[in-house]
Design a protein around this ligand. Sequence first.
Ligand code: GLY
Length: 308
Amino acid sequence: MNGLVVASTNGQVGIRAAIEVLRQGGSAIDAVIAGIELVEANPDDHSVGYGGLPNLLGEVELDASIMDGRKLATGAVGALQGHQDAIALARQVMESLPHVLIVGEGANRLAAEVELRPVDLLSADAERTWRSRLDSPPAGHDPYIAKVRELVGSLSRDPELADDHHGTVNFIARDRHGDIACGVSTSGWAWKYPGRLGDSPIIGAGNYADNRWGAAACTGRGEMAQRLCTAHSVVTFMRFGLSLDQALRKAVEDLQALDDEYRSEVNIIAIDKDGAHAAASTDPGKTYVYMGDDMDDFIEADRVHVGP
Ligand code: GLY
């Protein structure tokens, strides 16, 4: 059986490394981690890991999750500060703790205990962008809430702005044994309220994998995927007989039907149990990448756009 890796478009920097793991006979979990680690280290990606855009207070907070489709094992971290390797820490949660999700101070503590390298995550570039939107002081009775509402509102109205400021990386791998794993890592929404968790560390919302039916992962505005458990929905739709394309289309139709003041883009990548892959978006013109272990390089392909 051929190995396969599917990723959000910003996964380009890691997809070849992920495929190399599969070529060497490594597991889907190892491939997902290898791919995402390179995105987390990429200073030019302001939505993931080092160089990610910070919260309202200027603190970079990372969220990540990993799911092993063989046995529905999973681990996740949220609001992690001071360490770049969020996906590696999610794996630690999955493999060494009797828990699924560790956040905030607990995540920082675990990262130190397992000796992940401390990193100042706020790059000069990211700090400049963060400051550029904070020239006017927060106003009103509850100034921070007012500022978050103002910034989230402008991000959801302006797709050009939003593209850079609420990205995330998704990786799904299927190894030569047919085992599936899915990983997600993000710095979340720029200027988010401190402690805000999006869909990425919430299993079922931004990430789901089950060898028996397939896997799905999301990027974009996590609050929408959280409300609909979008990743789990795609896998469940396939479980109940929809094809991969039908399952994605149904999930995006559900997203489009949400009544949401801050409605904005959500994107999904998915594979079915046989290794077919596809991706969809609430917005037109979006792409994803995939690579098989028999291919010379990755291919960037269009996502299906499902309109309102
Ligand atoms: N999808 C990433 C986030 O909303 O934080």
